[in-house]
Design a protein around this ligand. Structure first.
Ligand code: HEC
Length: 174
């Protein structure tokens, strides 16, 4: 997806109100979050390799998520094995993470929470690109940078195809 398509999708999808359209709108937000992260990652990997791209993940991932957060909507990523403790799952997300970890073929889905908000989750799988920073054999400089920035990093040791975590979208009626 290129920048213009992303921009057009954003405008069409995000100007509608949540109402009963929660699930399709949440799905668009997940697509936008995933596509923007991937574009940022691929760009910086091509320009400076995985060490430089760590900056991108650290600085841009929260900024991209923040850009998709407005009027009742919030988005993010979470995992059972965290790199950044700020991505810690809520109790509801923890329960969903366990379900998907047991069966990562489960499709994305929406649930209604007790407080009246709606939560949509979509599973994230590890692809070959991800192994540069989440795999078993990291370049020494990548490992060094990760240990410096994330002393409690649990997000290495993955293999391609593994379940990594969830994209989540929450809508809290205002
Ligand atoms: C260049 C290194 C790098 C690559 C490549 C990379 N990541 Fe990450 N990943 C990070 C960093 C750094 C963070 C912490 C971001 C932050 O501080 O919010 C992170 C965080 C995450 C998180 C959030 C949960 C957590 O553990 O904090 C998920 C999910 C994730 N990555 C999945 C992926 C997937 C899937 C891929 C492949 C498409 C990928 N990553 C590729 C470095 C990388």
């Amino acid at each position: 997806m290129n920048r213009w398509m992303l921009a057009a999708l954003t405008m069409c999808a995000l100007t509608a109100s949540a109402g009963d359209n929660f699930e399709p709108q949440a799905a668009v937000r997940v697509q936008l979050l995933g596509a923007q992260l991937k574009a940022a990652l691929q760009g910086s990997m091509a320009a400076g390799g995985p060490v430089a791209a760590i900056d991108t993940c650290q600085l841009q991932a929260p900024a991209i998520a923040a850009g998709l957060t407005e009027s009742g909507w919030s988005v993010g990523r979470t995992s059972e094995r965290l790199r950044n403790p700020a991505n810690k799952p809520s109790p509801e997300l923890m329960a969903l993470l366990r379900e998907y970890a047991a069966n990562s073929e489960l499709p994305a889905r929406a649930t209604l929470l007790e407080d009246g908000s709606k939560l949509y989750v979509s599973p994230i799988k590890v692809g070959p690109l991800c192994l540069n920073c989440h795999g078993t054999e990291l370049q020494p400089e990548v490992q060094r940078q990760l240990s410096l920035r994330y002393p409690e990093d649990q997000a290495t040791g993955y293999q391609a195809g593994d379940f990594r975590g969830l994209f989540w979208v929450r809508y809290q009626p205002q």
